[in-house]
Ligand binder design. Sequence first.
Ligand SMILES: [Fe+2]
Ligand SMILES: [Fe+2]
Length: 158
Amino acid sequence: MEPFSIRTYFQQDHTELDDLLVQFQTLKRSDYAAAKSRFVAFKFGLQRHIVWEEDLLFPAWEKATGQTESGPTAVMRREHRQIADALEALHRKVQAADPESDAEERALLALLSSHNRKEERVLYPALDGTLGDEERAGIFRAMNELPEERYKVCCADH
Ligand SMILES: [Fe+2]
Ligand SMILES: [Fe+2]
């Protein structure tokens, strides 16, 4: 594996987040407390992933290509807002400990699957091809240094 591959790392993070949501679905009708802990890990992880992309990956792409408003990152940012809305709809069901959230899960998974596929096929490989080793290493350092309060954002009762 090449050092600091953005595609490898972020694709793996997509997979781990999907797994957490599937675990929530598997557990929610038998052990809601366990399901909820998976949901909270999913929520924080997804919020962290989106901040990593919007604060670090997308600006690196925009700087390298000069594409901002008309480029793929503008589309990805808009999709992040849709994903955040779908996440919040599911979050409201979880706050009420209401397992009847199949529709919210389906909507969120559908948005994520098409969004993630685009990033994995286009944006991440383009970033790996465009950025030098030093730049990518800098991005991974900044990812590690992101303060928790940027993504561990939830309501008071979790
Ligand atoms: Fe994204
Ligand atoms: Fe992503």
